[in-house]
Design a protein around this ligand. Structure first.
Ligand code: ZN
Ligand code: ZN
Length: 321
């Protein structure tokens, strides 16, 4: 189901009933000029993700009933959120992790019917948890709805889009390279700050950390590193390259088998900051403020300066350093 269609549906339900259980539909197939439509892509990714075990909590949260000829979830959004959080925390259920984003962000629509970004920073760590376990639906949402924000320079995460796009494409060739689709304007070598290109007298220098971005000068590199927080995404990429990439397949296989203990996954979670103690970011959760100042949650979804996440998921004792 396309995003617009979803929004229309959510608006429709909202008007009908102030505390509605959502209507359940299945995504239609379809392609546009050989490129899978969003709906078709969702259907492919959904099928690929079906190999992951579903926790009882997720199954219970998805339970439906027929009301006036329409299929509705039996539980309301809040009840589903509580259940899938348990499914994610207790069983590492990737379906629950993805649904955390649905309950926190997609269902929480504004009066205009748009997705509510108010809890985006709280949903993000759950999508990342799903992504590192190899859930393609989580990866697709991160790329398409979290890392593509060009409204403010510090929200954009081209380097992470590139990383996750390649991970998904290499793992399953049925998926188009999502990174290429999302980054089609970035392929040419230009200075990411001032758009200068290579000339006879100027050779752009690549960022040593990611080899992705190019700069015409140290000045442009410093602006990108500090003001645009490339530092955060570049360091997160380094963590992913070192602690995720070599283990990605093994972690995914273990998650599909339903292994309870996956040491490489625990180490990665620690390195990404997903296991940080709750006190570290309690204020961001409880008040949507940071050091007493109101935040825009969209600014809190990529990475902190050291590459770790702003908000963790499951605080737990660190394994390894
Ligand atoms: Zn420049
Ligand atoms: Zn870099």
């Amino acid at each position: 189901m396309g995003r617009k269609q979803k929004l229309r549906q959510e608006r429709k339900i909202k008007n009908k009933n102030p505390t509605p259980p959502a209507v359940v539909t299945t995504a239609p197939e379809g392609t546009v000029e050989g490129i899978p439509s969003e709906a078709a892509l969702t259907a492919i990714v959904k099928e690929i993700d079906s190999v992951f075990p579903k926790s009882n909590e997720f199954v219970q949260a998805m339970d439906t009933q027929i009301i006036n000829g329409d299929k509705h979830y039996k539980l309301d959004n809040f009840e589903q959120c509580v259940l899938v959080k348990q499914g994610a925390t207790k069983h590492g259920c990737v379906h629950s992790m993805r649904f955390m984003d649905v309950t926190l962000r997609k269902r929480s629509t504004t009066t205009e019917g748009h997705c509510n970004p108010m809890f985006m920073h709280l949903a993000h760590p759950w999508l990342l948890e799903g992504a590192i376990r190899g859930s393609f639906r989580c990866i697709m949402t991160l790329i398409g709805e979290y890392y593509c924000d060009h409204a403010e320079p510090n929200r954009n995460a081209d380097v992470l889009i590139d990383y996750w796009g390649k991970i998904a494409h290499n793992a399953n060739s049925r998926l188009p390279n999502l990174a290429l689709n999302a980054l089609k304007d970035e392929i040419e070598r230009t200075c990411v700050i001032c758009s200068k290109t290579d000339t006879k007298t100027l050779t752009l220098q690549q960022c040593i950390g990611c080899s992705f971005h190019c700069y015409c000068s140290e000045t442009c590199q410093t602006i990108h590193w500090k003001e645009h927080n490339h530092r955060g995404e570049c360091k997160q990429l380094r963590i992913l390259n070192k602690y995720h990439k070599p283990y990605a397949k093994a972690i995914r296989d273990a998650a599909i088998r339903g292994d309870k203990e996956i040491p490489s996954l625990e180490k990665l979670r620690y390195k990404l900051g997903l296991t940080r103690p709750l006190e570290d970011y309690q204020e961001l959760i409880d008040y949507n403020t940071h050091d007493g100042k109101a935040i825009n949650p969209k600014d809190y979804v990529v990475a902190r300066e050291d590459g770790t996440v702003w908000v963790g998921s499951i605080p737990s004792s660190p394994i390894g350093t």
